[in-house]
Design a protein around this ligand. Structure first.
Ligand code: DSN
Length: 419
């Protein structure tokens, strides 16, 4: 190996991932086949356009790969149209907005400070700079989505697009109810299912494709694929509003979305990543993966239960999916301190704003925890109780080195990939 410096760093990161406990809710361990595809020779190929309609020669093989990927994704979510080219979830959302909105149009999304995502209208993001954004949040009393405020704001402001989906909300969504609101004002309904998409794909949570016009996701969280994005639709939502070109031709929404990705917001697709997505979708259709997502959910419930026993305050009182958001104020610890102190014990989490937080986003009052990665290593409900014990010991007793030693010895029992 020529580039010793760089590959030594990669080995250090491998050691970190192997010896520690990974609880960042948006991370996971992709399989060796997913990594092999993403590190393959396909990285050399330019393929702007779509299979059969490329702007470059030599695309025969990558056309087959992208078609295989699209078919597998359609099967996984029972979608009739998909685009597998977005480089990330943020890119997928940008493409959808570019395709369906005009600059200055109003959008209504879940507040980032309550658990939403930057690309759902945050003023520091393109979505809040190009479009005029409005927000709904959660109720202060129960931490659940405030559907009444969502409806009131939608009826008052008449946004052209309503966005549902979150990055730190532990409960399922009532897509049907939001669709009813969208229909009253003739708005597009976009669901960004980046976090729970793996659980949704195998029927463990409500199906957004049944009610939302367009659905986006990342592929590297609970879906356990390479880092990337996707866009999906079901046939009944294609062309609900009759988009017309200047010549009066009615365009299908799916055609607009394809152009939103390329040439709208991206150039050449990453065919090596598309191949890795294809591997991940095949895995996600398997019996093994179904058992995996069932266990992810069981592990999150077991962990939330144990945190509650130890007087940690879980926002909304529990979880329906793979994650939980914990308000640390009763423990007199900030999110920043928790992230730093757990890091010293080789436990990785991220600090997170809690709804109605009084701290800045750099400090925060909470921590977000997810079970997708630890479940990939084969951990079960008993192991979740052990992890909560490690966390509690590190945060409360501050015995970082003692806990780190225990964590490292214990993590050894759970290899990243099955042999
Ligand atoms: N998707 C975000 C997360 O949940 O970590 C990052 O953008």
């Amino acid at each position: 190996m020529e580039d010793k410096k760089l590959f030594n760093l990669i080995n250090l990161e491998k050691k970190r991932q192997t010896e520690g406990i990974e609880l960042i809710a948006s991370e996971n361990y992709a399989s060796e086949e997913v990594m092999a595809a993403s590190g393959s020779i396909l990285t050399n190929k330019y393929a702007e356009g779509l299979p059969g309609k490329r702007y470059y020669g030599g695309c025969v093989v990558v056309d087959e790969i992208e078609d295989l990927c699209r078919e597998r994704l359609k099967n996984l979510f029972d979608a009739s149209w998909v685009n597998v080219q977005p480089h990330s979830g943020a890119q997928a959302n940008a493409a959808v907005m570019l395709a369906l909105l005009n600059p200055g149009d109003k959008i209504l999304g879940f507040d980032l400070a309550h658990g939403g995502h930057l690309t759902h209208g945050s003023t520091v993001n393109f979505s809040g700079k190009i479009y005029k954004s409005f927000f709904y949040g959660v109720n202060k009393e129960d931490g659940l989505i405030d559907y009444n405020t969502l409806e009131e704001t939608a009826l008052k402001e008449k946004p052209k697009m309503i966005i549902c989906g979150a990055s730190s909300y532990s409960r399922d969504w009532d897509y049907k109810r939001i669709r009813e609101v969208a229909d009253k004002i003739n708005a597009f309904l976009l669901a960004d299912i980046a976090h729970p998409s793996g659980l949704i794909s195998r029927g463990l949570l409500n199906d957004p494709l049944k009610h939302c016009h367009v659905v986006t996701s990342t592929t590297h969280k609970t879906l356990r694929g390479p880092r990337g994005g996707i866009i999906m639709m079901r046939e009944d939502f294609d062309n609900p509003f009759g988009f017309k070109t200047p010549k009066g031709v009615i365009k299908k929404v799916s055609t607009l979305l394809d152009s939103g990705v390329f040439p709208g917001t991206q150039g050449g697709p990453l065919e090596h990543i598309i191949a890795a997505k294809a591997v991940a979708f095949k895995e996600a259709l398997s019996e093994d993966y179904l058992n995996y997502v069932i266990q992810v959910k069981k592990n999150a419930s077991a962990m939330a239960k144990e945190f509650i026993i130890r007087d940690y305050q879980i926002i909304s009182g529990g979880t329906d999916n793979h994650l939980m958001l914990i308000d640390l104020r009763n423990k007199e610890i900030t999110g920043k301190e928790a992230e730093e102190n757990l890091g010293k014990a080789d436990i990785t989490i991220n600090k997170n704003m809690v709804p109605f937080d009084t701290q800045s986003p750099f400090v925060t009052s909470g921590m977000r925890i997810g079970t997708a990665a630890v479940t990939s290593r084969g951990m079960n409900e008993v192991d979740m109780v052990k992890i909560v014990d490690f966390i509690d010991k590190a945060l409360i007793n501050k015995d970082f080195l003692g806990v780190k030693k225990e964590v490292n010895g214990w993590a050894e029992k759970f290899p990243l990939h099955k042999k």
